[in-house]
Design a protein around this ligand. Structure first.
Ligand code: CLF
Ligand code: SF4
Length: 492
């Protein structure tokens, strides 16, 4: 009997053949994403450090998963986009409460996930407060987990205020990935984002608070760079407050050695009870976010595949399996079994190599076409790098830009699933079309005439001609047809 292994939402046999088939059909429920790194773009030593980290490598997030454990509820600052009743908005979607864990509970949960989610590669602590301020619990959790699962990558997210106090321990514990949320490099801008901070046993407000936070964040960047720890900077884009200023933030963090810059849209809703939500501060539109990212594309490498996940998220970035691993479902005496993770890695290594080759081939095809046009393509995918999801089943679309410069992932658009139980609601379809604003074509595994006609009427083409192709290969074929070039001609 073939051994069964869980691949995201799938259960599939571990034979190479069947695993490959499972991946083709969406064994990974995430898909392509941000920066266009591959093994060949980076020095081998650097690639080795990020190749299994779904946030630090666009390519890796097709195949590898993170989990967060919510062991750090305390925070030392107040952000105007955060309500303490909810998770940290720096690294998670506000409006969802996490199950707070002790380090011992966290260890049991990590083992349960490692036994069931073969893609699991990174353990992150992203709140729900600040991982460095609540350091005792962060450290205890990492020590327990790395004792049991030595190959797991450790990752933290922090506002930076308390980080300098722990940077040597961070380095000594081999925490190789640190995210700092930096929304400003000008304290005047900071006064509009942070009403207070708690520092040296005292509450600070106004410009003093913003200045101290800024200085500690800059110090954190320097200290981490000196220890060669990979730093990702997250910035929340707040229209009218720091949107234009983020260009300067990008310049500064690049200068200080940040590896990635992740611009996240402000999520603001009165229902979350945040200052920005209650005062009507809006978040950016998808096109405003893209316009800013495009301005920064020559700066520090950008992450564009962030899903603003919860502080207790589990799984590939496009999914959250946290509800499968609540403490009431995790056993008391759970024992780590590495077999599924090991089997998965062996098979994925082969599949992944093929995907990288196809991406490069498709990219070269577009470049060979010379001056053509620039188009935005939304792809329905369950992951594994393929166009493998029906239009009506998509909860998000991956967005790519294709032009004479090649194919670049530029983000995702979340939508309400249009088709439930075989039926589609017109109102839901209207919402999907609205979310696809600016998109030229949708590529999916299957689409019916009705939604296709509605999309066409809205000026968006849609096709399932490239079903189950590699995403980039499907895009290249569609693009070549649009501009009247046969792909075969290109490689001739
Ligand atoms: Fe978690 Fe963050 Fe580490 Fe990733 S998430 S602590 S770097 S392991 Fe990733 Fe989630 Fe975006 Fe964060 S998609 S919110 S960037
Ligand atoms: Fe909230 Fe995170 Fe800001 Fe603290 S750092 S106030 S937890 S968003």
């Amino acid at each position: 009997m073939a051994q069964l292994i869980s691949l995201g939402s799938l259960t599939a046999p571990t034979t190479a053949e069947s695993m490959r088939e499972a991946l083709k059909d969406g064994g990974c429920s995430s898909s392509s994403c941000g920066s266009s790194d591959t093994a060949n773009d980076l020095p081998p030593e650097l690639w080795d450090r990020i190749k299994d980290h779904p946030c630090y490598s666009e390519e890796a997030h097709h195949y590898f998963a993170r989990m967060h454990v919510a062991v750090a509820p305390a925070c030392n600052i107040q952000c105007n986009y955060c309500n303490r009743k909810y998770d940290c908005a720096n690294e998670s979607r506000p409006g969802v409460v996490s199950e707070k864990l002790t380090p011992d509970q966290a260890l049991r949960k990590v083992i349960a996930v490692a036994n069931e989610v073969p893609q699991f590669s990174v353990l992150g602590i992203a709140g729900p407060g600040d991982a460095c301020y609540d350091w005792r619990k962060t450290k205890a959790t990492f020590e327990l987990v790395s004792g049991e699962i030595p190959d797991v990558k450790l990752c933290i997210s922090s506002n930076g205020l308390a980080l300098p106090d722990h940077v040597d321990e961070i380095a000594a514990m081999n925490i190789d990935h640190v995210t700092l949320t930096i929304n400003m490099v000008d304290p005047e801008v900071g006064t509009k984002i942070y009403p207070w901070i708690f520092y040296k046993n005292k509450r600070w407000t106004g410009i003093d608070a913003a200045r101290i936070l800024h200085e500690r964040q800059m110090e954190s960047l320097d200290l981490l760079a000196a220890r060669k720890i990979l730093v990702k900077v997250n910035s929340v884009m707040i229209p009218g407050i720091n949107d234009e200023h983020l260009i300067e933030v990008n310049r500064v963090v690049k200068e200080k050695g940040a590896f990635l810059h992740n611009i996240m849209p402000l999520i603001s809703d009165p229902a979350h009870g945040t200052h920005f939500g209650l005062t009507g501060q809006r978040g950016p539109t998808a096109m405003e976010l893209k316009a800013l990212q495009d301005q920064l594309s020559d700066g520090t490498k950008l992450m564009r595949h962030c899903r603003q996940c919860r502080a207790d998220a589990v799984g590939l970035l496009g999914e959250d399996r946290g509800q499968e691993f609540t403490m009431d479902q995790v056993g008391e005496d759970v024992v780590y079994d590495p077999s599924k993770r090991e089997a998965y890695r062996e098979i994925v290594a082969v599949e992944r190599g093929e995907h990288v080759a196809k991406r490069k081939e498709a990219d070269a095809e577009l470049k060979a076409m010379g001056e053509t046009g620039s188009v935005l393509i939304a792809v329905a995918t369950k992951g594994g790098g393929r166009i493998n999801q029906h239009f009506g089943h998509a909860k998000e679309f991956q967005v790519y830009e294709a032009s004479a410069k090649g194919i670049e992932f530029i983000g995702h658009r979340k939508v309400e699933q249009y088709c439930e139980g075989g039926w589609g609601e017109d109102a839901t379809l209207d919402g999907v079309i609205e979310a696809l604003d600016g998109i030229d074509v949708v590529l999916c595994a299957k689409i019916g005439d009705c939604p296709k006609d509605s999309l066409t009427a809205a000026g968006i083409a849609a096709t399932d001609d490239h079903a189950y192709d590699w995403i980039e290969a499907g895009i290249a074929a569609w693009y070549a047809a649009r501009y009247g070039v046969e792909p075969a001609q290109l490689s001739a």
